[in-house]
Design a protein around this ligand. Sequence first.
Ligand code: CP
Ligand code: NVA
Length: 325
Amino acid sequence: MFYDFINLADLDEDDIYELLELADGLKKMHRESRVYQPLEGQSLAMIFEKPSLRTRVSFEVGIFELGGLGIVLDYGQIKLGERESVPDVARNLDRWVDGIVARTFSHDAVVQLASNASIPVINALTDKLHPCQVLADAQALREHKGDFNGLKVAFVGDGNNVCASWMNFAARIPIDFALACPPGFEVDEDIYEFARREAEGEVFVTNDLEEAVDGADAVYTDVWASMGQEEEQAERAAVFRPYQITKDVMAMAKKDAVFMHCLPAKREQEVTSEVMDGPQSIVFDQSENRLHTQKAVMATLMERREDGLCPKLSHHQRGQGGESA
Ligand code: CP
Ligand code: NVA
């Protein structure tokens, strides 16, 4: 059982499959315009230190559809760790709302929010990880491929937060995962080692694009310079140019391979428009699924159980001998 959603490595295989099953069900209900409001009367505070389109809209719509209220905090008003310490922000929000969504530069900030709040905290992207993205990607990949078993995902580009969450996913779900990146842009060593240790499938990092993409069922890329690395944009563009996803690169993968991207994309940099708008691209399915998978995460973490508490608070109180936090 997990009580926050910060790192896919904290979940086990069953947890991930259960979230995906629920997301599939919620997507079906959404398409049939059926109302399902297990979070009626609950509220969610959202902290965005970095820009967002998909994450912000899908969380706001998601909490509304589940019957709750979403509040996006004006980042300039709270300035995590500047105006007030991260633990104190958590301790205050804890008294008013039922869940926190946070997108921060520092991964540790999200971890600190979670360890200082009795309500669930959801990682909406940090410099290190982007688990919400990969859960939505996984739902889209399964929709297109039917099953994960034996699939090979090739991530081409920077060994960044999205890549790291994909590696954590490969540690839990039996897929093969390859990262092709320029030398010096590999994924964090601890995340790679964890995946190598835990994964049932083959996980490897290479500088050779063709080695990674050969036999792939999905070719994934992301921007070459992530949020916060804007000043490195020009320098990175030169280094990453040989890793651009073109029609020729897609032809190295399986014939029925899909093209994936978390978006936003820099067209004609990491991917050509021809590929992004082409028949193999499932990028907007990934984007659509942000709504359904995040609703699954919120419903799982925030829904009150028999004792009237969310799973995290219920667990916390049991751990405290039944006393109130
Ligand atoms: N993919 C993603 O997280 O998009 P946003 O940055 O727009 O939220
Ligand atoms: N790696 C990108 C992902 C954006 C959704 C970034 O962190 O900017």
